[in-house]
Design a protein around this ligand. Structure first.
Ligand code: ADP
Ligand code: MG
Length: 637
């Protein structure tokens, strides 16, 4: 026997394991979600590898995940075995993948978790996921037996074991003394802590899988179940035959490491007699038989392939959580199918998360859609859309799209040059806009408000960035006015006063709309009952600049010359006369002001726009507003 090789955990791992073990007690149950998620990843990897390496998997034997609880003979404690027939790990991979932290987010997690309290740490799990180390929440000792697939380089791989105790600072990696028992993949044996015995109960395990993982895996998840049943003695042979299961697991139950395995033993019979029964006909003799079967926990059909009429809101919510690993509820979703215009039939599910990524606005340019998961016939192919990546404004959307009639061995490269990808991108954007519109038109006010809060600026960004979809997105954008908290451009047009020929707006970034409403620039407009868009977000003015007009009505900055009221009730001749008179009356003042401040301003004129304020400084019709000037000065600095 080659000796066991002892390794020290990388220091980050040691720290992480400590946090896991000490402060996440109340989140014990997440270990199963993490192990299933890893098993699913491993199966997906194998499927991808097998496209180019037939020796890895020829497609004949099943890809699945199995869960089996084995109670100790003395009734105390036991072990839980989670296995997959996926990509497996070589001894080197066991050492690096499980003994070091390669994940980029983990040091962030460590810093936050070590600084915070246990409850805060609990919330962090959702954001980061703890992966394999969460095993130590429930296990004193963990053994991972694994074997990589056959390949040209490695035609005869050897099954190895990674083994570690919760309180060790080291782990061992060694050839499995049982030999190659797995065939392919990974088998994780958790020696459960005394306080984690509930995870030996099939009912608990089944409930947990349904709660966290039923939808995260497109591969079958099987649970081993064993129970006692009373049957009439007449048919002992039949009774002792194993129950037929519709979902016979395609793998043999595996023996677990180092333990005497009575658990796979044939059925146990136990005869009991009922001697006290006095009723006729004579009592039937009953026997207790042990039944066992593997039962499939997750649905055969992924959610997106099912008829939407039969899917509950809860099912969509838990699909979202487990499939996209986002632990908040989605804000909204679209479930649709079609043929992308290219004859490629597909089914798709599109979700809006409740929140944007935390740093979305800090580094918007670095956002690349990573959550558009492309499947072909239920097989995950890629989430890399290459040069068909979604634009910035849409990069946060979560989509799974399953194409029916692309060839399974389609490579990422050919996919990217495929027309389907282009159409897919356009289609996703269209559906996103539809969903925004649906929420805007729907009567769920709370949902609408949430959407505005989260995506209000995103919609404006889209209208600026995406010229193809500009009109549609701009029509969904909302703005405050001096009359109401929010309006669309169309609603504004509907309320325009008779004779009004411009859409008035006033912009100052960072101000509150209520403050802008008090501005001298809109005094007269307001007094005359005109509505003025009050723009306070950086994107607002940029958007108006791109649009220039809405349905042929030009935008007019209330702080610039060129305002036309359009409702002048005076006879134009009379008005002219009046202005002439006023100009004469005020000539001395105007001349005085020109002399005094002529260096500072371009001109001094008599205004029609003011009601209460004595004077205002306005920008030239073709010049920059004070606001834009401020931005320019800042950007030059
Ligand atoms: P993550 O899944 O985020 O990468 P984990 O801690 O869950 O982090 O797993 C660490 C690594 O260990 C995985 O990236 C993978 O390489 C390897 N691994 C874990 N479980 C399995 C498994 N069942 N089969 C193959 N590799 C696995
Ligand atoms: Mg993982």
């Amino acid at each position: 026997q080659p000796p066991k090789v002892k390794h020290n955990y990388q220091s980050d791992v040691a720290r992480l394991r400590k946090i896991v073990i000490n402060s996440l007690y109340s989140h014990q149950e997440i270990f199963l979600r993490e192990l299933i998620s890893n098993a699913n990843d491993a199966l997906e990897k194998l499927r991808l590898v097998s496209l180019t390496n037939k020796a890895a998997w020829d497609g004949s034997d099943p890809l699945n995940i199995t869960i089996k609880a084995v109670k100790n003979e003395d009734g105390k404690g036991g072990r839980l075995i989670v296995a997959d027939t996926g990509i497996g790990m070589s001894p080197e991979e066991l050492t690096t993948n499980l003994g070091t932290l390669a994940k980029s987010g983990t040091s962030d997690f460590l810093a936050k978790a070590e600084g915070g309290e246990a409850t805060a740490t609990g919330n962090l799990i959702g954001a980061f996921g703890l992966g394999f180390y969460s095993s130590f929440l429930v296990a004193d000792r963990v053994e991972v037996a694994s074997i990589p697939p056959k390949s040209e380089k490695n035609p005869n791989p050897v099954q190895h074991v990674f083994s570690s105790s919760a309180d060790d600072s080291t782990f061992d990696v060694y050839p499995d003394p049982r030999g190659n028992t797995i065939g392919r993949g990974t088998e994780i044996t958790l020696y459960l802590k005394p306080d984690a015995e509930e995870y030996l109960e099939p009912a608990t395990l089944s409930a947990l899988v349904h709660k966290h993982s039923a939808y995260s895996s497109t591969f079958p998840i099987y649970l081993f179940e064993r129970w006692e049943e009373e049957v009439p003695e007449e048919t002992p042979e039949e009774a002792s035959a194993p129950t037929d299961s519709q979902d016979e697991p395609p793998v043999e139950p595996k023996e677990s490491l180092g333990a005497d395995s009575d658990d796979d033993e044939a059925l146990v019979e136990d005869v009991t007699r009922d001697e006290e029964t006095k009723v006729e006909p004579p009592p039937q003799k009953m026997v207790n038989v042990t039944r066992e079967q593997w039962s499939r926990l997750n649905s055969q059909q992924p959610l997106w392939a099912r008829d939407q009429k039969n899917i509950t809101e809860d099912e969509y919510n838990s699909f979202y959580t487990s499939f996209f690993k986002d632990f908040g509820k989605p804000l909204a979703w679209q479930h649709f199918s079609g043929d992308a215009g290219s004859g490629t039939a597909f089914k798709a599910l599109l979700f809006f998360p409740t929140k944007l990524p935390e740093d979305y606005w800090q580094k918007p340019l670095e956002y690349k859609s990573k959550d558009v998961k492309l499947m072909v016939k239920r097989v995950f192919i890629t989430s890399d859309l290459g040069d068909q990546a979604l634009p910035q404004w849409a990069s946060w959307v979560k989509v799974v799209i399953d194409a029916e009639d692309l060839p399974l061995n389609v490579s990422r490269e050919t996919l990217q040059s495929n027309r389907f990808m282009k159409q897919l991108r356009a289609l996703i954007l269209k559906r996103m806009i539809q969903l925004f519109a649906k929420i805007s038109e729907g009567d769920d006010k709370a949902k609408f408000d949430k959407m505005q809060e989260t995506y209000g600026s995103v919609i404006k960004l889209g209208a600026v960035e995406d010229s193809k979809n500009r009109e549609k997105l701009a029509s969904l954008a909302r703005f405050s006015t001096n009359h109401r908290n929010e309006t669309t451009f169309d609603q504004y047009l509907e309320r325009m006063k008779k004779g009004q020929k411009q859409i008035f707006y006033l912009a100052e970034i960072g101000k509150k709309p209520a403050d802008l409403a008090q501005s001298v620039f809109i005094e007269k407009l307001h007094a005359r009952g005109y509505e003025v868009l009050l723009l306070t977000e950086p994107l607002d003015e940029i958007l108006l600049g791109h649009l220039r007009e809405w349905k042929n009505v030009p935008f007019q900055d209330a702080a610039k010359a060129g305002l036309k009221f359009g409702d002048e009730d005076l006879d134009p001749e009379e008005e002219k006369e009046r202005m002439k008179q006023l100009e004469e009356d005020f000539k001395p003042l105007v001349d005085y002001l020109k002399k005094e401040i002529g260096d500072t301003v371009r001109d001094v004129v008599l205004s029609q726009r003011l009601v209460k304020s004595p004077c205002a400084i306005v920008a030239d019709a073709h010049g920059y507003t004070a606001n834009v000037q401020k931005m320019m000065t800042a950007s030059q600095a």
